[in-house]
Write a protein that binds this ligand. Structure first.
Ligand code: ATP
Ligand code: MG
Length: 772
């Protein structure tokens, strides 16, 4: 039953209560980690709904990830019932896409526009560099991409920049030229890149007062979580939507954030927005929250100790009444492998003694590459885990190819994706043909697709080249016909078959191509899943969901029972009972790149603060004395964050085996005589801890690629009949157990638990599995 208004504010502390009840002026809630900022935002929405101050359609709430948005909707629905559904709770990007789809016409775009991810945009910029005849060694597409992105985050269009680029500065001139070409090509392709989503929405609201008025009339309540990580474009968007520049603002604005957790400066975020909120929004009320409800005092003291080394910050002291809790445990391992073994051993011990599940553990690292050693150890120990991020499924070649077909079906003008599939699979449309058609497009200032339709007019194109082009055009026309009104999974299957893409993979003898088939099968399963949960869902909507999905959306729910591995950046906003913060070495974390400026180092320190404050009950800090970098074992001194933490807050149970005192950086911290060491076993060095346990789960789940199963390509084979409980063997994932079966015949999708390889959904028709 929905909670009463009184129940909605139960248990809040006085500051939280004030934040929930406040009305009228803009509201800034600033507070350290775990003080209930997100919780208060959620309560505030529920309370406004429950007391009739707002109806769901008037709410716009911005979260940092899609997953956080989903959780907030669920929580509010729990509190006030399903009436909550009319709310807009989403990321900046999703909210903007929603607005742009409706209003595309005003911007001269079509509402079926494509969203280019960073890879797509890089391709397009590379084409522009080539066409402009620039030296791509001197002006690398990647750096141009980065600079264009920064300009967009500052709301500077190509025209704006062209007028301020200095004439005698070749680098600025090159940037201006490429930005201009790139913008024009995006427009012709009916595509937006990620940064456009925000910038173009701001321009839209700026340029069309009646459109802006509509949204302002609608959103009477605008709430933003993680405000410290907004960039100038997002800031302007909020101002526009809230009518902040009108004589009377149209929306009640609530933002929450923590300047100490600002970790996205490299994407243009600026703490300025939170620091200057009171100047930006006159009459703003500011509420500070200081009680932390997440962590024990020991964990908080550690976090406070590190962050207090940053200058230019408002000191705020978080406190908790949770008591001191367990000490923070430190561990020095001899290598990254030993560090990984330390993690699995502690998980094992804690699982035995406390009633924890695998889902209660998180392992953080600075960069994705560090996950490898930890994964190996978890796999060997037979512990289920999930790596968030890394090489993303949607970035694999075959997945991008298949999606490119879908995108071209949905948006015929999509330049980058059309060129991507022009000769994939091979159909004798060579680079020269592409260049000639491209030249025609440029000359006539039309999209590549339009030029392809008029390929006959391309100067220099031989009549022999026209045959394949004609067939390709027919293929696309056929696919578009098939696509009309069909479910996404059907469209995808037609693509894979009619284009010959799958057949080509099946013919290949390259073992990699087999896992490509697997991945495509998984994509079909994703599409089927989408069709099941969104019976009305369109191809456009499916593609949008794929485009906007981010690393953080893969974070498993904690009750799934998997250890979560992720980078510190991805950990923002989350909490876990037990946290391992790894790789605390100077050069690893803080990252070597940050040594140049104190601003970058300060950002690393905030990242450390984010990491430390994710832990609820138990925090482990570890470092490896040697770590291989580029294949070479490299010695790294302890992280300066450890010395900032000091001796008294960490219980070092291992102090390392190398004589570090002679190292380039003296460190008088953790293992100096007299520091508390000891603890169970207290091995003298990192390696002493390893191998001491047999890994009792080791055998059960091991065997990712059991020998004896040759790689086979099986076109047109019988679909294996399986049911829950059956054992199967998969050519790349090894042995697994069928958990669930859906569909029948050609459409059978089996959910299979491959142990440490994870649980996979396989389209049985394509998946290289055998029942055993
Ligand atoms: P972060 O800065 O990491 O985003 P936050 O300030 O958003 O943290 P929340 O995630 O909202 O903090 O809250 C931290 C934890 O404290 C959550 O588990 C939340 O349920 C709990 N919490 C918040 N307020 C209270 C309260 N008044 N009583 C009990 N628990 C609370
Ligand atoms: Mg939060």
């Amino acid at each position: 039953a929905p909670a009463t208004a009184a129940a909605l504010v139960e248990g809040l502390n006085p500051q939280q209560l004030a934040a929930v009840e406040h009305t009228g002026s803009p509201l800034l809630i600033v507070a350290g980690a775990g003080s209930g900022k997100t919780a208060v935002l959620t309560r505030r929405i529920a309370y406004a709904l429950r007391t009739g101050r707002a109806h769901p359609g008037q709410i716009l709430a911005i979260t940092f990830t899609n997953k956080a948005a989903k959780e907030m909707v669920e929580r509010i629905t729990e509190l006030v019932g399903p009436a909550a559904r009319g709310m807009w709770i989403s990321t900046f990007h999703s909210a903007c896409v929603r607005i742009l789809r409706r209003e595309a016409k005003a911007l001269g775009m079509k509402s079926n526009f494509t969203i280019y991810d960073s890879q797509d945009s890089l391709r397009l910029i590379t084409q522009c560099v080539r066409e402009a005849g620039l030296d791509s060694k001197k002006f690398t597409p990647r750096s141009l991409q980065h600079r264009i992105s920064n300009l967009k985050n500052d709301l500077l269009t190509a025209d704006d920049y062209a007028s301020r680029a200095q004439e005698n500065n070749p680098s600025e001139q090159a940037l201006a030229e490429i930005y201009r070409r790139y913008s024009e090509r995006l427009r012709l392709a009916n595509a937006f890149d990620f940064d456009d989503l925000i910038m173009e929405t701001v321009h839209l609201l700026d340029a069309f007062p009646d459109i802006a008025a509509n949204y302002r009339a609608r959103f009477a309540h605008i709430l933003v979580d993680e405000y410290q990580d907004t960039n100038p474009a997002q800031y302007r968007l909020i101002r526009e939507l809230a009518g902040a520049d009108l004589p009377a603002p149209t929306a009640e604005l609530t933002v929450v954030g923590d300047a100490d957790q600002s970790i996205y400066a490299f994407r243009g975020a600026t703490v300025r927005n939170i620091v200057e909120f009171e100047e930006d929004f006159p009459q703003a009320r500011v509420i500070l929250l200081e009680q932390n409800y997440r962590s024990t005092q020991n964990i908080l003291s550690a976090a406070n100790a590190v962050i207090s080394h940053n200058d230019d910050r408002k000191d705020k002291r978080l406190w908790t009444d949770a008591g001191p809790g367990e000490p923070v445990t430190g561990w020095v391992a001899e290598s990254e492998q030993a560090e990984a073994r330390f993690i699995t051993e502690r998980i094992d011990t804690l699982m035995d003694s406390d009633s924890l599940t695998y889902g209660d553990f998180a392992v953080f690292y600075r960069t994705n590459a560090q996950s490898r050693a930890i994964e190996d150890a978890l796999m060997r120990a037979g512990m289920p885990y999930k790596v968030v991020g890394g090489t993303r499924f949607y970035e694999r070649k075959e997945i991008k190819d298949a999606l490119a077909y879908l995108r071209v079906i949905a948006n015929p003008d999509d330049d980058v994706n059309l060129r991507r599939i022009l000769n994939v699979p091979k159909r004798s449309i060579g680079d020269r043909t592409e260049a000639l058609v491209g030249a025609l497009a440029e000359r006539e200032r039309m999209s590549f697709a339009a030029a392809l339709d008029r390929a006959e007019e391309a100067p220099g194109l031989s009549s022999r080249s026209l045959g394949p082009i004609t067939r390709f055009r027919e293929l696309l026309a056929d696919l578009r016909t098939t696509a009309e009104g069909a479910p996404v999974s059907r469209i995808l299957e037609s693509v894979l078959e009619q284009t010959g893409y799958l057949a080509e993979l099946h013919r290949s003898t390259d073992p990699q191509d087999e896992s490509r088939v697997d991945n495509l099968a998984e994509l079909v399963a994703v599409a089927e899943d989408y069709g099941r949960t969104n019976p009305e869902g369109t191809l456009d909507e499916f593609l949008e969901q794929v485009s906007l999905s981010s690393d953080a959306d893969q974070i498993p729910d904690q009750d799934v029972g998997e250890v979560t591995l992720m980078t510190l950046h991805t950990a923002k906003g989350l909490e876990f009972p037990v946290v391992f913060l790894t790789g605390l070495e100077d050069g690893t974390f803080p990252h070597q790149r940050s040594f140049n400026t104190s601003a970058e180092l300060a950002e690393e320190r905030r990242l450390a603060y984010v990491g430390l404050t994710r832990a609820r009950q138990k925090l482990f800090l570890s470092r490896a004395e040697t770590r291989s970098m580029w294949g070479q074992p490299t010695y790294n001194p302890p992280s300066r964050f450890l010395s900032e933490l000091g001796d008294s807050l960490v219980d070092w149970e291992s102090t390392g085996s190398l004589n570090t005192s002679g190292a380039d950086r003296a460190f008088s911290g953790a293992w100096s005589p007299g520091s508390r060491s000891g603890g169970a076993g207290s091995p003298a060095n990192g390696s002493g801890a390893s191998g001491s346990r047999g890994g009792r789960r080791g055998g059960a789940r091991a065997g990712t690629s059991p020998g004896g199963f040759p790689n086979r390509i099986r076109p047109n084979r019988e679909v294996p009949q399986v049911e829950p409980g059956d054992k199967v063997s998969h050519d790349s994932f090894g042995l697994g157990t069928v958990v669930e079966v859906a569909g029948a015949g050609d459409k059978t999708v089996a959910t299979v638990d491959f142990g440490s390889e994870g649980t996979k959904r396989l389209l049985m028709r394509y998946a290289p599995v055998e029942k055993i």
